[in-house]
Each structure stands twice: as C-alpha cells, then as structure tokens.
Write a new protein. Structure first.
Length: 258
C-alpha cells in the first residue's frame, strides 16, 4: 500500500468522519485503546484508537508519553497493546534510548527485543522530514507493518533558515500525508511539539482530532485538553512527588511480550 504526498485540503476531513473499529473478540483492555500509562496524559487523551491523530504539546511529558506509547504498542491486545512495531520519525533528535529501555524493563520486556520492534528515522531538515513522512514511510509500512506512527517535534525544523511561505508549503504536504497515512493504514498517529507556530496553527487544528497541552511547574503537571472527538475541553492538575518516572508511569502488574 503506497502513501503519496497530498495536501491537507486534498486529504479533507476523511479522518474525522471515520469511526469504524473492529471490536469483535476484543478484550476489555483492547477496547480502551492504547494508553501511555502516564496518568496526566491518559486522563486527558484517553486511549488512542485506529483513527486517532493526537498532537501533544508543551512540557517534556510529551516526549516521555511517545516513548511509552511506542513500548506499549508492543504489548498483546489482551494487555492493551497492538502486538506490533512502532515507527518513530524523529524531527527534533528527541528520542531518548535510556528512557525507552527503562520503560521496557519496567514492563517486563527485554530491551533488545523492544528495540527490535522500534523503527527510528531521523530528519535534520524540513525537506528530510517531508521525504520521510510523504515518501519513505510507504516502504516502512509495506515491509515492517508498524501499528503506531510517531512524528516527534514536527515544527522544530521550521524555526530557522526557512521562510514562512516555504514552511507553509512543506508543512501542507507533511500534514496532508499524515492524514492519508491514517486513512490508509488505520493506525494511531501521535505528533509532538513544544509549541505550534501561529502561522502553522491551521494545519495542526485541521489535521489532529486530539490536542493536549502540558505545563510542568512546582511539582505538578497542568494538562489542558484542547480538542477531542468525544470529550469536552478541560483541564487537570496532577501533583508530582519524587522521581517523575516512578510517580507517573505505572506499569501493568503482569505483562506479556507479544
């Protein structure tokens, strides 16, 4: 199945109209969707489903969440995962292998097996990002069949050395292909950014059906749900004490690889 480059306008609102889930023989965990197992994130975003395109912005909780999503996608469906690989397109050189391996160990995975089910591609320019999302991803989906797509720090490469008009043109292609990938592959997609440039806001808002923003301050996380297909905008405050990973990542008591 080939994913080609299209614009957001060409992709239209297809992703927002689709709500078809195959729930036959699904377990209770599977029906919840994919969770990050980070309380402040899951309280707002809920479980990611096959038509979810989620944009998580703000504090570094966004980066911890996507690595947890990638790991938990490997869990069996009985344990709330997709029993498959994840495709991580790294637009901001943000992937932290030490964090990923610590989450893997906490869930009972051998970190080497977990890494084998993670496909990472890094982009260092806006054009490399466009190439990965719009073109090269087709081969990854054909050969590896990942069950989750992450595009990290999608706007970071557009902050310097590119004019607003050219950035708009490139981003139109990137987000259009994200929508098309969701429609063709029927997998959750998670996008992260520290913030959304005002002139690119229209792409984020049109493309993503889930948007959440987080602020970490004074031993607490303030999360705002800005957009969701089934939830009203809201705000939650999570008190944090001690180590972040220990206090907010709560692994399943019993997990099974594969």
């Amino acid at each position: 199945m080939t994913v080609s480059s299209v614009s957001v306008a060409e992709a239209g609102d297809e992703i927002h109209r689709r709500a078809r889930y195959d729930v036959k023989f699904a377990s209770g965990c599977a029906l919840l969707g994919l969770l990050s197992n980070i309380r402040s994130v899951d309280r707002l975003v809920g479980g990611l489903r096959h038509d979810s395109i989620a944009l998580i912005t703000g504090s570094r909780v966004r980066l911890r969440a996507i690595e947890s999503y990638c790991l938990r996608a490997q869990l069996s469906e009985d344990h709330g995962g997709f029993d498959g690989a994840s495709f991580f397109i790294d637009g901001g050189n943000s992937f932290d292998i030490y964090l990923f391996t610590s989450i893997a160990r906490a869930h009972g995975f051998d970190y080497r097996d977990a890494m084998d089910k993670l496909i990472i591609s890094r982009a260092f320019t806006p054009y490399e990002l466009k190439q990965l999302v719009c073109k090269d991803s087709a081969e990854v989906f054909r050969t590896r069949r990942p069950r989750l797509l992450v595009v990290s720090e999608v706007f970071s490469l557009f902050e310097h050395d590119i004019e607003a008009g050219e950035a708009t043109r490139v981003m139109n292609k990137v987000f259009g292909s994200i929508v098309l990938t969701s429609r063709l592959q029927r997998i959750p997609i998670v996008v992260t950014a520290a913030s959304v440039p005002e002139y690119l806001e229209k792409f984020a808002d049109h493309t993503c059906n889930i948007r959440a923003d987080f602020i970490e301050e004074d031993h607490r996380i303030v999360g705002r749900l800005l957009k969701h297909p089934s939830r009203s905008p809201t705000q939650v405050v999570e008190e944090v004490s001690g180590c972040y990973n220990q206090s907010l990542i709560s692994p399943l008591m019993v997990t099974a690889h594969g």
